[in-house]
Ligand binder design. Structure first.
Ligand code: URA
Length: 259
């Protein structure tokens, strides 16, 4: 077996083990990658989780409107380095004061796939890179299972570039303030498709949440085809949901192959 083939097969196997497959149930292997795109999707769990409208951002304090400042700063950035510098110079978000590092992006700028997560956690704050903790390691395994790698085939960022204290949920006004930077980030990175990981990212990019319902259905965000998926941190807490995540990964793979 060619070395690349060997590593792809190994990555696919690692993901199957991650899914909980720990024994063979048939004599001959089934190539699940070859399942036609029109095959019925895995059943969704029945939950009361319905897409909801986004709550309006709370009132901003007096002074320059931080959202307008963010909009101007983001619009002025001509490339990703310029955008990183504009974010580093943006002083209106309280989160910046409590964070060790700006977490801008990781992966390959210009990659066909751009993943948008929610906000840095402790490990990301320490290293200044998104998705480097346990959730990030799972994300890498998920990507490897469909032959994508962080260093050459995906580009990764978050809605918020600074860690919220104690990993609390992003506040609507923080998301509103960072949104112009995120929108410009997508514009400058110009991926073919977006993967929107988790509820807060769906709220920022789609204006709605309810990931259990939204996941797996291709939609559009910032003029790009976009696939909402469960957040890897959610998958760590709810391993049974990896089944749906696998269906979504196959859908992403098919889209990249066919589009
Ligand atoms: N969760 C996220 O949404 N982003 C990260 O970078 C890490 C964990």
């Amino acid at each position: 077996m060619e070395s690349a083939e060997y590593h792809s097969a190994l990555a696919a196997l690692a993901w199957q083990i991650e899914l909980g497959a720990d024994e063979c149930i048939a004599d001959a292997p089934v190539n699940r990658y070859a399942v036609p795109a029109s095959a019925p999707r895995a059943a969704r769990p029945k939950t009361p989780d319905t897409p909801q409208a986004v709550a309006p951002a709370t009132a901003m304090p007096a002074g320059p409107d931080p959202v307008a400042v963010a909009r101007d700063a983001a619009a002025a950035a001509q490339d990703l380095d310029g955008l990183r510098a504009a974010l580093a110079a943006f002083d209106h978000c309280e989160l910046k004061r409590g964070a060790r590092n700006l977490v801008f992006s990781d992966g390959q700028p210009g990659a066909r796939v751009m993943i948008v997560g929610e906000a840095p956690g402790r490990d990301e704050d320490m290293q200044g890179k998104p998705f480097v903790g346990r959730a990030g390691q799972l994300l890498d395994k998920m990507l490897a299972a469909i032959n994508l790698r962080r260093h050459d085939s995906v580009y990764i960022t978050n809605v918020l570039p600074w860690r919220p204290p104690q990993n609390r949920d992003p506040k609507p006004e923080e998301v509103a303030m960072m949104q112009p930077f995120l929108n410009r980030h997508i514009e400058l990175a110009n991926p073919d498709v977006l993967v929107i990981a988790g509820n807060h990212s769906c709220q920022a990019l789609l204006g709605k949440r309810g990931i259990t319902r939204l996941r797996g259905d291709w939609t559009e965000a910032q003029g790009k085809p976009a696939l909402p998926m469960f957040h890897p941190a959610y998958l760590l807490r709810n391993p049974a949901a990896k089944r749906e995540a696998w269906a979504d990964l196959l859908s992403l793979q098919a889209r990249l192959r066919d589009g």
